[in-house]
Design a protein around this ligand. Structure first.
Ligand code: AOS
Ligand code: ZN
Ligand code: ZN
Ligand code: ZN
Length: 424
């Protein structure tokens, strides 16, 4: 469902006086407001197809109803998000959950909603119904050549689906690893995985990128074969110029300095993609910015510093995606919150006075350096983000409009109270 344009206009009119007050005050305080607004308007974050349904945990799942029943309805949900915030203009698909039966129809539907196809995601972490061989002991790392081949072929098939839709990247997250000491020969597992990735790499079209996503643990709790950024970088470097590391915020050991990882990967030209979420314990996949907003700010600060140093385009030169899920919220409201948190943090990072920061660093003026970062972080930029949204046709307060338009109620009526979206 889409919200009629005049409803967005009415909503924006009702909030116009307070928006004007807050925005004008802020605009008087910061430099280059127009330049920042342009960057905010351009910035797009892909929504993963699997975040549109209730996530759940292995203990239970409490779906709220009205979930998309097929790829078309997933695209419609993301189209609605994008209509409201103008910052969710891309969708990231997962094969086999989202195999498009009619790719040209799917492509046209996405285009109608202003959406492009971001990274394609393969799946060798589950056994699918009717699958010949099991991934119980891994996919690309497997000691069995036929299982490795099955996983390679699957990834090649994912590329093929992506080409049909106009995607230009493949994200490979492997759950491969081991549960107990002695189970795996680490070198053999690495070599097998590398060979598999090399084979997949040769099937990438000219303009495609491959993202190698790492994760410290889960589902394997002794070792993971792409377990950290060092291992991912090793694969990406051996593979070649189309291969990059993908950072998922929830995939580190506790207290890892993610901003430093990001900075060095960018320095090496090997940061390719990003999965946003937040966590308190592990791969919690919570709403972006709900737990550690300052850490997110520090990461964005390094992203911008590093991208600017390499002359990269903030929006197009990295694959930005949300990778979150949850059991207790309306997924669409949660995604609106996540995108908002990303935009707020991006705006704050754009406010950092980089010249002064560099000068402070060169003077070893630790206090000034910290002040400069915190000055930006403590600026309330919500009216700036809202202004960018308004200027591009979005809603000043997307969640408020979503609720007053009773979107979920409509979706439940249309799709039913007991729909289950395919996904995690
Ligand atoms: C798994 O933990 C990773 O974050 C994956 O990126 C993702 O959640 C999965 O590929 C969903 O299909
Ligand atoms: Zn991820
Ligand atoms: Zn994850
Ligand atoms: Zn996660």
């Amino acid at each position: 469902m889409l919200i009629e344009k005049y409803k967005i206009a009415e909503h924006n009119d009702s909030l116009a006086p307070s928006q004007k007050r807050a925005f004008e005050y802020l605009a008087g305080e910061i430099k280059d407001v127009e330049g920042i607004l342009e960057k905010l308007a351009a910035f797009q974050v892909a929504i993963p197809s699997w975040a549109l349904g209730t996530g759940g945990t292995r203990f239970g799942r409490f779906p709220g109803g009205g979930e998309p029943r097929n790829l078309e309805e997933k695209i419609e949900d993301i189209g609605l998000l994008h209509q409201l915030n103008q910052s969710s203009g891309a969708i990231s698909l997962h094969i086999p959950w989202d195999i498009p039966s009619n790719p040209s129809h799917i492509k046209a539907l996405a285009a109608q909603h202003g959406l492009r196809f971001d990274a394609m995601n393969s799946n060798t972490f589950q056994d699918q119904p009717g699958q010949a061989l099991s991934y119980k002991f891994g996919s690309l790392q497997n000691v069995n050549k036929d299982i490795r081949k099955q996983a390679i072929d699957h990834n090649i098939e994912v590329i093929r689906h992506g080409v049909e839709l106009g995607s230009e990247s493949l994200t490979i997250w492997l759950s491969d690893g081991s549960c107990f000491p002695g189970q795996l020969n680490f070198r053999h597992a690495f070599q097998n995985t590398l060979e598999g990735l090399q084979e997949i790499y040769t099937h990438l079209p000219e303009n495609w990128k491959m993202f190698v996503e790492y994760k410290a643990a889960e589902p394997n709790f002794y070792s993971t074969t792409v377990g950290d950024w060092g291992q991912s970088l090793l694969y990406a470097s051996k593979l070649g110029p189309k291969a990059y590391t993908l950072v998922d915020l929830g995939h580190h050991l506790p207290n890892a300095n993610i901003e430093q990882i990001v900075s060095l990967l960018l320095m090496e030209g090997k940061l390719g993609g990003f999965h946003f979420n937040d966590s308190k314990y592990g791969d919690d996949d919570l709403t972006v910015g709900c737990m550690k907003p300052y850490q997110l700010f520090l990461i964005f600060n390094e992203l911008i510093e590093g991208m600017d140093a390499r002359g990269m385009n903030h929006n197009t030169d990295l694959g930005w995606m949300i990778d979150a899920s949850h059991n207790v919220k309306d997924p669409l409201e949660d995604l609106l919150q996540s995108v908002e948190a990303i935009m707020i943090t991006y705006a704050q990072a754009l406010l950092v006075d980089r010249k002064k920061l560099l000068a402070a660093q060169l003077q070893n003026d630790v206090v000034t350096a910290q002040e400069l970062l915190q000055q930006a972080f403590r600026t309330d930029v919500r009216s700036l983000v809202a202004e960018a949204r308004k200027r591009t046709g979005g809603a000043l307060n997307p969640i408020a409009l979503y609720r007053s338009e009773k979107v979920r109620e409509h979706l439940i009526k249309e799709r039913g109270a007991k729909t289950i979206a395919t996904g995690l």
